[in-house]
Design a protein around this ligand. Structure first.
Ligand SMILES: *Cc1c(COP(=O)(O)O)cnc(C)c1O
Length: 383
C-alpha cells in the first residue's frame, strides 16, 4: 500500500520505517551507541557518531517529518533547543516579525540572545495581516508564528501569512506545539519550517523533553539546519527519541479524547459565575474559530480562563487534586498553570497586561481522564 495515502491515524502508529527489518522487532530499537564502527577506510554504514546521525533519532525525525508533510525532520533535546537552532539561521541586521502572544521561553530567547547578536525583532498581533504588513521592512527575513498562541489561544492565518512571506522572499516559521501535525500541518499551508516542543503532545506522557524542526523542501535550508544541529549539538538522545516514537503511536487517540474533554470543560466553565472569560479555540464565539475551521482539523485541548476574583486563583491552585498544578501541557495527565508567574514570567508586565496574561488567568491542559472526574475536581476547588 502506498504510504502517502494512509491517514494520519494510521501513520502515527506505524512511523517511518516502523519496525526493525533485521530482527522483526515491532518496537523500533534503541541504538544506545555513541559511535559506529567503520567497515574500512572511506566507508561508513551511514552512521558515524550519534551527534551526527543515530538510527533511533533518525526514525523519529523521519516520522515527524512525514507527519508534518515536510522533507526533513531534526530532533533536539528540547523545544527551545529546536527554536534556538532555527533562529541561528539569521544574522546581524536581519529582521523578524513575531507573534506577540508567545511561549515565554521563546520570548526570552529572542530578548536575551538573538537581539544581542543584532537581530531585529518586532512583536505584533499576527492574527491580523494588516498589523504584520505595517511592520514589514526591507530586511524582514522571516515571520515567526505561534498558532494557536500560548496562553491566549489566538489564531493566525497561516496560508495568508505564508503567501505574504513568499512575496517578500521571507521564511514562515510556525510553532505547531499546541495542535501537532494531527490537527494542523503548517507546511501544507505554505510554511517553510515547523518547530515543536515535542515535550508536549508528540511525546504526550510528561516523561521527556524533546524538540523538533521540520523543513518543507528547500535543500539549502535543510543543509543549513543539519549543519546547525550537528555543530551546536543539542540533539535528542536515543532513549528519549524512542520515548517520543512510542508516544506518537497514540497521538491521534490521545488528542481526540483530550479535545472531546476540553470542549465539555470549556462549555462548563462558561456557565460558572466565578469565571470571567474562557479562551478555547473550539468555542464558536472565539475569535479564531472560523479561521481554525479552515486551516486545522481540530481545536486541541488547551483552555485558558480568567477568574473574577484574584483570590480564586490561589483557591483553585491549592485545592485541585486530580488536576496537577504544574507547568507543561499536552500530556495524558490534566495540568493547570498560572502563566503570569510561571511560563510567562519573563514577559514584561505591560506586555502581559496588554495581551490579557493577567494575574487572574489560568491555563488548563486537558488530559485523557474521565471528563466528569476533571470537572468534579475543578468544581470542588472553585466552590
Ligand atoms: C513548551 C513550549 C516550548 C518550549 O519547549 P521545551 O520542550 O519546554 O523546551 C515552545 N513553544 C511552545 C508553544 C511551548 O508550549
Amino acid at each position: 500500500m502506498q504510504k502517502g495515502l494512509l491517514s494520519l491515524e494510521t501513520k502515527v502508529v506505524h512511523g517511518s520505517k516502523g519496525y526493525d527489518s533485521q530482527t522483526g522487532a515491532i518496537s523500533f530499537p534503541i541504538y544506545q551507541s555513541a559511535t559506529f564502527i567503520h567497515p574500512g577506510l572511506h566507508s561508513s554504514t551511514g552512521y558515524d557518531y550519534s551527534r551526527l546521525q543515530n538510527p533511533t533519532r533518525e526514525e523519529l525525525e523521519n516520522t515527524v517529518a512525514e507527519l508534518e508533510g515536510g522533507r526533513a525532520g531534526l530532533a533536539f533535546s528540547s523545544g527551545v533547543a529546536a527554536i534556538s537552532a532555527v533562529l541561528t539561521l539569521f544574522s546581524k541586521g536581519d529582521h523578524l516579525i513575531v507573534s506577540d502572544d508567545l511561549y515565554g521561553g521563546t520570548y526570552r530567547l529572542f530578548e536575551e540572545f538573538f537581539k544581542n547578536s543584532g537581530i531585529e525583532v518586532t512583536y505584533t498581533d499576527t492574527t491580523r495581516i494588516e498589523e504584520i504588513e505595517k511592520h514589514i521592512a526591507p530586511n524582514t527575513k522571516a515571520f515567526f508564528l505561534e498558532t494557536p498562541s500560548n496562553p491566549m489561544m489566538k489564531v493566525s492565518d497561516i496560508s495568508g501569512i505564508a503567501s505574504l512571506a513568499k512575496s517578500l522572499d521571507a521564511l514562515t516559521i510556525v510553532d505547531n506545539t499546541f495542535l501537532s501535525p494531527y490537527y494542523q500541518r503548517p507546511i501544507l499551508l505554505g510554511a517553510d519550517i515547523v518547530v515543536h516542543s515535542g515535550t508536549k503532545f508528540l511525546a504526550g506522557h510528561n516523561d521527556t523533553l524533546a524538540g523538533f524542526a521540520v523543513a518543507a523542501n528547500n535543500d539549502l535550508l535543510i543543509d543549513k539546519l543539519r549543519l546547525i544541529q550537528k555543530s551546536k549539538g543539542a540533539v535528542l538522545s536515543p532513549f528519549d527519541s524512542w520515548l517520543v516514537l512510542r508516544g506518537i503511536k497514540t497521538l491521534a487517540v490521545r488528542m481526540d479524547k483530550q479535545q472531546e474533554n476540553a470542549l465539555k470543560i470549556a462549555k462548563w466553565l462558561k456557565t460558572l459565575k466565578e469565571i470571567d472569560k474562557v479562551y478555547y479555540v473550539g468555542l464558536p464565539e472565539n475569535e479564531g474559530y472560523e479561521i481554525s475551521k479552515k486551516q486545522t482539523s481540530g481545536f486541541g485541548s488547551m483552555i485558558s480562563f480568567s477568574v473574577n476574583n484574584i483570590a480564586m486563583v490561589e483557591k483553585i491552585l491549592d485545592n485541585v487534586k486530580l488536576v496537577s498544578f504544574a507547568e507543561s501541557l499536552g500530556g495524558v495527565e490534566s495540568l493547570i498553570t498560572y502563566p503570569y508567574t510561571q511560563t510567562h514570567a519573563d514577559i514584561p508586565i505591560e506586555v502581559r497586561d496588554k495581551l490579557g496574561v493577567t494575574d487572574k488567568l489560568l491555563r488548563l491542559s486537558v488530559g485523557i481522564e474521565n471528563v466528569n472526574d476533571i470537572i468534579n475536581d475543578l468544581e470542588r476547588a472553585i466552590r
